[in-house]
Design a protein. Structure first.
Length: 201
């Protein structure tokens, strides 16, 4: 039997508990963009104390991760709490693709060329992952194995959002799909994935 499971996580991405008594949950997944979600809870729900500013959620289907995200706003009415948020791709939107790792920014742009999935991972690592300057290592980004897919692409990182740069590279690389998701409830990292899209011809 298939089953959806919504899980609360704290601000350090540590799993707290399953949200079992929700009134409703809606999620809009966006292709290579930032998705959104909304959750309604009774004010007396135990989950109300877990979902506060800076925390978030993970959505599983048959114990496989579908999405994860952060809370944007919490609205309390007389009888219920309405929580809205964005999926973790918002991290990519908030981070800039710098022309070089840290100040002083002497390079005109960060130029990279190669197989699309590899180049995309390099930009994420350089600007939000372990290769980023220490003050930017706040997003807990990790990587799965590089699938080595896509056409040869040419990237120019220069102050645009990391999401915008990745969108350009994914399209140029052969309509690839990328996402940032907390894929394992046993870890406290968001994993950056690059995948091939399905051939629907």
């Amino acid at each position: 039997m298939t089953a959806w499971r919504l899980i609360a996580r704290d601000r350090d991405l540590v799993i707290q508990d399953t949200i079992a008594d929700l009134a409703s949950f809606k999620i809009k997944l966006a292709y290579n963009a930032v998705g959104s979600w909304a959750l309604r809870l009774d004010k007396a729900s135990p989950a109300a104390g877990l979902l506060t500013e800076g925390t978030g959620i993970i959505l599983h289907y048959d114990e496989h991760p579908v999405a994860s995200g952060v809370i944007d706003a919490i609205e309390t009415t007389e009888h219920e709490i309405v929580i809205t948020g964005s999926d973790d791709n918002v991290i990519l939107e908030e981070m800039l693709a710098l022309p070089n790792k840290q100040a002083p920014f002497t390079a005109e742009y960060d130029y990279r060329a190669g197989v699309a999935s590899t180049v995309m991972r390099q930009y994420v690592d350089q600007n939000a992952g372990g290769a980023a300057a220490s003050e930017r290592w706040v997003t807990r980004v990790s990587f799965d194995a590089d699938p080595g897919i896509g056409l040869t692409v040419y990237g120019y990182g220069r102050w645009q959002s990391l999401l915008e740069l990745l969108q350009e590279l994914a399209f140029a690389g052969g309509a690839l799909r990328f996402r940032l998701t907390q894929s394992d409830i046993q870890t406290t990292y968001r994993v950056f994935f690059v995948e091939a899209t399905f051939d629907r011809s």
